[in-house]
Design a protein around this ligand. Structure first.
Ligand SMILES: NC(=O)c1ccc[n+]([C@@H]2O[C@H](COP(=O)([O-])OP(=O)(O)OC[C@H]3O[C@@H](n4cnc5c(N)ncnc54)[C@H](OP(=O)(O)O)[C@@H]3O)[C@@H](O)[C@H]2O)c1
Length: 342
């Protein structure tokens, strides 16, 4: 079978970040027949480090550029077959404080990806979104929701209506264990430095996925998609209390404390992966994945998915998802090698 990645040239915006790094690693490992992986980001330091870490792999090409800069993005997009769009401002408080910067990167930058991909006849663009984009309560989520709309509507306006060859799809992730700035490395650091964990709300729940699962979601989407779909994983969740207790068990001692500091602006108590409004347009692809079809009628998508079982929950939230116990979390964390490094 001629696999989508055979001889492909791939562009990863934000390729030096947590998801990007693992995506590039798995692309090179699983698809030795691909031709080139281009990594596009702003910081030279992280690019140099990554280049060394990948032993100057000749299939990797690093390009310094900002997704806000359409000229350089257009240059990076030349002859590309598949784009994984990961570059973003992703910290909730940063986006709250730098509202316009978040618009420029997460919305304007995403539209630049759409337009340069079309101009360069890219075959497929995958946008990596987040549960925070669903019924958004913070500005990060608002900008990522707009990013999803730009992608899904681009698929309708260009690919479906005008038979353009570029198709656009989205995936929504939950919290990826151990990514830059996430709660587990934060708790680990706090225990090491002050033996006290700060928790916003003990009952708050969050979806959790490993980096391997995150990349599995991206690969499933890019391999299956027709264009215009949004893929989510049937992900388990857990409470902050459970995570805090396990972190203290693994890295603390009898004197470790938990201090409750209250929600930060823009934080929800529970996250949503499939909203009440999206649920009627959603199908079960497998035990592991759901697909959400766009509300704008797309005959091609309806024909491709109508034989599947309809999604039967009113909504899918981190409160009604399967909950990971302390034992489950402990087992998960024991696999995260970086956590154990001093
Ligand atoms: N981490 C999670 O738990 C999670 C969950 C769901 C969805 N996501 C989504 O997954 C994507 C990647 O997240 P991550 O955790 O890997 O983030 P990350 O570690 O912060 O990486 C972000 C990447 O984007 C690049 N970047 C940022 N602004 C840019 C710009 N204006 N132009 C070009 N490159 C830019 C960064 O490099 P430079 O700063 O050097 O440019 C870096 O390579 C994001 O879109 C995020 O919304 C993440």
């Amino acid at each position: 079978m001629n696999h989508i990645f055979n001889h492909a040239k791939i562009l990863v915006t934000g390729g030096t970040g947590s998801w990007g790094h693992e995506l590039v690693r798995q692309l090179l490992e699983k698809y030795p027949d691909l031709t080139e992986v281009r990594i596009y980001s702003r910081g030279e330091h992280r690019q140099v480090e990554m280049k060394q870490e990948f032993h100057n792999n000749p299939k990797l090409r690093f390009i310094i550029g900002d997704i806000r800069d359409k000229n350089i993005l257009n240059f990076a997009m030349k002859d590309i077959d598949i784009v994984f769009h990961l570059a973003a401002l992703k910290h909730v408080p940063v986006c709250e404080d730098n509202t316009w910067e978040a618009v420029l990167t997460n919305i304007y930058g995403t539209q630049n990806v759409v337009e340069t991909a079309i101009a360069n006849h890219v075959k497929r663009v995958v946008d990596v979104s987040t549960d925070k984009a669903v019924e958004p309560f913070n500005h990060y989520g608002i900008t990522k929701a707009a990013g999803e709309k730009l992608m899904i509507n681009a698929n309708y306006n260009y690919s479906y209506n005008h038979h353009n060859e570029t198709s656009f799809i989205c995936v929504r992730g939950g919290n990826v264990i151990g990514t830059n700035g996430s709660v587990i490395p934060l708790f680990r650091k706090q225990l090491r430095e002050s033996n006290e964990i700060t928790v916003t709300n003990m009952d708050m729940t969050r979806y959790l996925m490993s980096t391997r699962e995150a990349i599995g979601l991206i690969f499933t989407a890019v391999e299956r998609a027709i264009g215009g779909e949004l893929f989510v994983m049937n992900m388990p969740a857990t409470s902050l209390k459970t995570i805090a207790n396990v972190m203290i068990k693994l890295f603390g001692n009898a004197k470790s404390k938990i201090r409750v500091i209250g929600e930060r602006p823009g934080e929800k108590k529970h996250e949503v992966l499939v909203s009440k409004n999206e649920s009627p347009f959603s199908y079960v692809v497998s035990k592991r994945y759901y697909v959400i079809l766009p509300q704008i009628h797309n005959e091609k998508l309806v024909k491709a998915y109508e034989h599947l079982v309809k999604f039967d929950k009113v909504e899918f939230t981190s409160e009604n998802a399967g909950q990971l116990s302390e034992n489950d979390i402990e087992a998960l964390l024991k696999k995260e090698v970086w956590l154990w490094e001093k």
